[in-house]
Design a protein around this ligand. Structure first.
Ligand SMILES: Cc1ncc(COP(=O)(O)O)c(C=O)c1O
Length: 392
C-alpha cells in the first residue's frame, strides 16, 4: 500500500470560491452596513437617496457615459436581461450569440418563448468563442460578455461596429467590475450585484444607451408586458426608474450591501484596481495549471480566458479515458474532498457544463487565498487518482 498524499500545510484564509453569490469583499461585516434606511419606505427621502447613491456610484465606478441611463430592476440579472429582450426585440431581426449555458438560456427565451421569426443563432461549444465575424450588426444582437459556465469571454468590444443599425444587448453579469466594458458599443448592459462585487442576489442593473431609449419610445412590442418589465408609459421612458424610483419594492438591506461593496471598490482604486485584482487571480490559477500536466483551462485561447469564472478541465489520461459520468464523478469527488477538508467551497463546474472545476477569481477574492488553494487541488487530484488505482 502506498501512503496517502500529504496535505498542504496552509489552507486559504477564505475558502469561498463560489461563482455566485461570490465571496464578500475583504473585511466585510454586516455591522458596517448603514441601518438608517431599513424599515423605511424606499420612496422616503432617505430611501430614494440611497438608491440614487447606488446608481451614481455604479456610474462612477463602471465609467458609464453621462447620457446612458442606469436603473435598478427586479429579479437580478435574469430580470434585467429578460426585461430588455421583452421590451426591445421584434423591431428587427436578431442574432443570438451563445457559447455556454446562460447565453443558451437567452436563445431559448427568444426562440421558444418570444418565438421571434427572424432569429439566428450563432453558437460555439464550451471552451470556444463563436465566429464573431458572422454577426450582422444591422440586426439586434444578444450576447454574454463573460460566459460564466465556460470561462470564455470576449476580449474587448472591437468586434462591434460603432455605426451599427441594430441594438446590442449584453449580459455582463460576471464581467462588470472585472473587465472593461466598452459602453460605446453596448446599447443595453445588465449585471447583478451578487457576482464581482460579492453583493446579494435579487436585484439587477440595466444600463441603456440613448439609442436603446429611442427604441423603447418608438416601438411597442406585439406581446403583453408584465408590470415588472415595463420601462415606458404612454410611449415615454419612465425616467424615475433611473433616479432610484424602482418599479417595485427593493430590499434596502441588499441596496446597503451594494453601496458598501461599491465604496470598498472605490477605496481600493476603483475599476482599474478591481480589474488588476481579477487579473492577478487568474494568473495565480493559470500559473499552477501551466505547471501541471493533468489540468487545463477550458478556454483554449488565452485571449478569451475569463478572469472571474475560471473553468478548468482535468486532462489526465486516466480521467479522459472515462465516460462523461465517470469524469464528472472524479471531479465531484475532488470538490467534495476539498469541501470536507475546509480547503475550498463550491468549486464544481456548473451543472450543464463539461465536468471539471470552476473557481471564482473576481476582485473580492484574495490572490493569496488562490495561491494557497493550488496545492490543495494537487492533493485532491492525487487522492482521487490513488483511489482509482486502488479500485482497478
Ligand atoms: C452570464 C450570466 N447570466 C445570467 C446569470 C443569472 O444571474 P442572476 O441569478 O443574478 O439572475 C448568471 C448567474 O450566474 C450569469 O453568470
Amino acid at each position: 500500500m502506498t501512503a496517502d498524499p500529504v496535505k498542504p500545510d496552509i489552507r486559504p484564509a477564505n475558502i469561498r470560491f463560489s461563482s455566485g453569490p461570490c465571496a464578500k469583499r475583504p473585511n466585510w461585516s454586516a455591522d458596517r452596513l448603514e441601518t438608517a434606511p431599513l424599515g423605511r419606505s424606499h420612496r422616503s427621502r432617505i430611501g430614494k437617496a440611497r438608491l440614487q447613491l447606488a446608481i451614481e456610484l455604479t456610474r462612477e465606478l463602471l465609467r458609464v457615459p453621462d447620457d446612458y441611463r442606469i436603473g435598478i430592476v427586479p429579479a437580478s440579472d435574469t430580470g434585467a436581461v429578460e426585461m430588455a429582450m421583452w421590451s426591445l426585440l421584434g423591431a428587427r431581426g436578431v442574432d443570438m450569440v451563445a457559447w455556454e449555458s446562460f447565453g443558451s438560456g437567452w436563445v431559448t427565451d427568444v426562440v421558444k418563448q418570444l418565438r421571434l421569426d427572424d432569429a439566428r443563432t450563432i453558437s460555439a461549444d464550451y471552451g470556444e468563442l463563436p465566429d464573431l465575424s458572422q454577426i450582422d450588426f444591422d440586426r439586434d444582437v444578444v450576447f454574454t460578455w463573460n460566459g460564466t459556465t465556460s470561462g470564455v469571454r470576449v476580449p474587448d468590444g472591437d468586434f462591434i461596429p460603432a455605426d451599427r443599425q441594430g441594438l446590442t444587448i449584453c449580459d455582463a453579469t460576471s464581467a462588470a467590475f472585472a473587465q472593461r466594458l466598452d459602453f460605446a458599443k453596448l446599447d443595453v448592459t445588465t449585471f447583478s450585484w451578487q457576482k464581482v462585487l460579492g453583493g446579494e442576489g435579487g436585484h439587477g442593473v440595466i444600463i441603456l444607451s440613448p439609442r436603446a431609449v429611442e427604441r423603447l419610445e418608438a416601438y411597442t412590442p406585439a406581446w403583453p408586458l408584465p408590470k415588472i418589465f415595463r420601462l415606458t408609459k404612454g410611449g415615454k421612458l419612465i425616467e424615475g426608474i433611473f433616479r432610484g424610483e424602482t418599479i417595485n419594492t427593493p430590499s434596502m438591506l441588499c441596496v446597503e450591501d451594494y453601496i458598501d461593496a461599491l465604496q470598498w471598490a472605490r477605496s481600493i482604486g476603483g475599476l482599474d484596481a478591481m480589474i488588476a485584482r481579477a487579473d492577478a487571480n487568474l494568473d495565480a490559477i493559470q500559473s499552477f495549471v501551466d505547471s501541471v500536466d493533468w489540468l487545463e483551462n477550458l478556454a483554449a485561447d488565452p485571449q478569451t480566458r475569463s478572469n472571474t469564472s475560471v473553468c478548468l478541465k482535468i486532462t489526465d489520461p486516466a480521467v479522459t479515458a472515462m465516460d462523461e459520468a465517470g469524469q464528472a464523478a472524479f471531479a465531484k469527488a475532488m470538490v467534495s474532498a476539498l469541501d470536507a477538508e475546509g480547503a475550498a467551497l463550491d468549486i464544481g463546474a456548473y451543472r450543464d457544463a463539461p465536468p471539471g472545476l470552476r473557481i471564482w477569481a473576481g476582485g473580492t477574492v484574495e490572490t493569496a487565498d488562490l495561491k494557497a488553494l493550488m496545492p490543495w487541488l494537487q492533493w485532491a487530484f492525487d487522492m482521487q487518482k490513488a483511489s482509482l488505482k486502488q479500485a482497478a
